[in-house]
Design a protein around this ligand. Sequence first.
Ligand code: ARG
Length: 585
Amino acid sequence: MKKLTDRLTAAVSAAFEKCGYDPALGAVTVSNRMDLCQFQCNGALSGAKIYRKAPIMIAKDVAEALSGSEIFSKAEAVSPGFINLSLTDGFLASVLSEISEDENLGVPQCEKPETVVIDYGGPNVAKPLHIGHLRSAIIGESLKRTARATGRNVIGDVHFGDWGTPYGLTIAEYKVRHPDWSCFKPDFDPEKDEIPEINEAELYEIYPSASAKSKEDGEFKIMSRQTVVDLQNREPGVYALWKKIKDLSVESVKKNYERLSVDFDYWYGESDSDGYTGELIERLNEKGLLYESDGALVVDVSEEGDKVSVPPIIVKKSDGSSIYATFDLATIMQREHDFNPDRIWYLADKRQALHFVQVFRCAKKAGLVPESTELRHLAFGAMTGPDGRPYKTRDGGVMSLESLIDTVEEAAMEKLRDSEYISGDKTEAAHRIGVAALKFGDLSNQPVKDYIFDLDRFLAFDGKTGTYLLYTVTRINSILKKAGIGYDDRLAPSEIFGGGERDLALLLALSGESFEKAFADMAPSALCDSAYNIASAFSKFYRDNRILTEEDPKKRGCWLALCSLTRRILVKLLDCLAIETVENM
Ligand code: ARG
């Protein structure tokens, strides 16, 4: 389906042309004064200079040409030259029935097929997920679903941190603690020798202590550096233990992501780009970009006009090992080879901004991707405590993602404790409500901004919260069930009777545009705004009308159809935020 504002623009452009003006002046936007009109066109103001005519004269000509149109109930020229527009109820109703029949429920589809790789999640082997990983996972999942909803071919890749310094440290520490393990023996044979079982508790405790130790113990530091080199050279014992560690980490990370309805098409890690490292170095060399600095191999990525200095990017350390930036460059080659993407998007917090500037510049300089490929980093802010500092546990430690999810689920359960609307076990509902509250509380902010984790507010039944949205859906569920209407029935009101109903209908007609906006701005908050505005308009409509007991069958039918379409659109918006609804609450 075409965007509603594009259709209106076409109609207004035709009117400009009819009056002898340039049709390009006919751009229509949603009004920022809904109390005055639904849409507006400011083209007459720009036309004034071209035609040396008062803008109001042009606006009047165009408004006149639009009078009697089937689309606009109002086209009014107002000083100094705005054209205020509102839709006829008939046209609005016809848009709603098109949306209802449309397989994409009115979400405009991207015209040229394109492939987008979204790199999000970014967990690390041997380290538990903590709240710093929350935003990457949930914003990424939402953008992936949104991009898909707009008809794009989207690939989600978790990009596990699994091949750098931390794994040298971890494995070196295992060696110190368990020197007798077969994998540390020079004659280790992966075919025959077993690796002892490792457990999660020790794994998660080992990295922080190894990391602390390497800061004090020079010998250990050297040993762990050598272990990274051994790992990257796939020395059999080290590699076999690494594999075990990785499997355990992936399993544990998956459990957390599942609770957040976050899933990936590829569970690739830095190590999967290893096959491209040799070719990367060759390419950089051929292009004359690589030079030595303190024994390391680096590429200069500074550009004239840089306001802050952009240091050279290190692609090989002096000991020959690859690092974070190497993996990102090699991964770009792998993605180009496997997916030929039009865009690669990265979700990592804003402290990594410089890293991505370096990587993107190097990739373009070396021609690892065509000039036209979009490489973009969504640098998001932090979730903070009430003091504005990164959110911490009560004792000041970093909170694991698992505890955070437990906390929101427990709080949701507390709220549900007295609800009579859920018969039987409330665990699933508490899970969905808790996670919805957490996600909506996050996604409704502009990603770049920090926001405060305020669970009471997130879980409130009123206001702009996930809980309010789920609650609105349950209200519609109950109406539809009483009326015997299936959730997937394709209904739309054939008539609009006025007031609050018209406001709701207009928001539904515009809902599709928020998907494109969320995609273009890399900001799921556009979906949150649309969902919240629809839910508020629905609540007003519901409060003002007795839907089920309405005596006029035509009115009742139209109202029920409006409820049904509202539900379908809300559920779709929520689905693109990866929020699952509940039947009752
Ligand atoms: N594992 C990284 C970290 O914990 C995030 C990875 C982001 N993605 C990337 N392609 N570099 O900081």
